[in-house]
Design a protein around this ligand. Structure first.
Ligand SMILES: CC(C)(COP(=O)(O)OP(=O)(O)OC[C@H]1O[C@@H](n2cnc3c(N)ncnc32)[C@H](O)[C@@H]1OP(=O)(O)O)[C@@H](O)C(=O)NCCC(=O)NCCS
Length: 249
């Protein structure tokens, strides 16, 4: 497993993105948008997306869903030089969304008032963001979802590091699962990630094929102090570009 350079900063995107095959673009989106922007994005959604939005009980969740899916369309249309509303999606057997008629790879994650979108030309990619919730039973959840070596590493950490390490591990595992696109049919026990915060993100081991680990890059993303996030990409030696989304670009 390659180590990703962690010296990346969020910035405004250029007008022409020109995504190369060795690059991964990550878009950070603040989902609580002005009503006018939300209306613009809502107009680009498909019937299916609008129906899903309508099912949310609370308006805040509905609006964030619209923002996340509208931004996803806006982002992808910038690479494909088309109108956001023209894009068509389907899902693989495990629910991973894919573009119809285009090779561009992407993945979306949203939590609280943030969404992240990862885009590559041809590499499978998965991304995850989690709002850091205080007081959750991280030891109990870790026992259920993490591999044996991850649980042991978590328990060996000083107490004050465990909460951050738990969310670090969770987002790295989730990003890898999402990149593989196999849902939870990929057993969570079948791979190990590094989890100590601020140490390199590494896919340490994969089972039953140990070579699989060397084919992937993991990278943790700095969002803000309330969120943990990671991206997994199937390739080595990639360059990450971090863009802050704004409809006015
Ligand atoms: C379906 C799943 C993607 C949910 O992930 P999540 O963390 O709840 O949600 P995220 O916001 O990160 O991702 C959701 C988005 O991923 C995409 N997605 C859906 N199914 C997917 C799949 N099988 N693979 C990759 N991406 C998927 C969609 O764009 C979805 O957005 P939408 O729900 O608004 O349409 C899946 O990975 C899952 O159910 N995980 C279970 C959680 C778990 O046990 N994790 C253990 C980690 S240690």
């Amino acid at each position: 497993m390659q180590k990703a350079n962690s010296h990346y900063a969020w910035s405004s995107p250029p007008t022409v993105l020109d995504l190369q095959s060795h690059q991964v673009d990550i878009w950070r989106v603040h989902l609580d948008l002005p009503i006018g922007t939300l209306g613009q994005l809502e107009a680009t959604l498909s019937e299916d997306e609008s129906q899903r939005a309508a099912h949310f009980h609370f308006p805040v969740d509905r609006d964030r869903f619209i923002a996340a899916h509208g931004c996803l369309r806006d982002v992808l249309s910038r690479y494909l030089y088309c109108e956001p509303g023209q894009l068509g999606f389907s899902a693989n057997h495990y629910g991973k969304p894919e573009l119809n008629d285009h090779k561009l790879q992407f993945n979306l994650s949203h939590s609280g008032d943030f969404a992240l979108v990862a885009v590559t030309q041809e590499h499978r990619v998965g991304i995850d963001i989690e709002r850091i919730r205080q007081g959750i039973s991280s030891q109990v959840i870790a026992q259920q979802y993490f591999s044996k070596s991850e649980v042991a590493e978590l328990q060996a950490l000083p107490l004050e590091l465990r909460e951050a390490a738990f969310f670090t591990c969770w987002t790295r595992k989730e990003a890898y699962i999402k990149a593989q696109g196999l849902g939870l049919s990929l057993p969570l026990e079948s791979f190990d990630v590094s989890l100590v915060p601020n140490e390199p993100a590494i896919l340490r081991a994969t089972r039953p094929d140990p070579q699989e680990a060397s084919r992937w890059m993991l990278h943790s993303l700095q969002i803000d102090s309330n969120h943990a996030s990671a991206v997994a990409v199937e390739s080595e030696g990639l360059e990450f570009r971090l863009w802050d989304w704004n409809i006015n670009y």
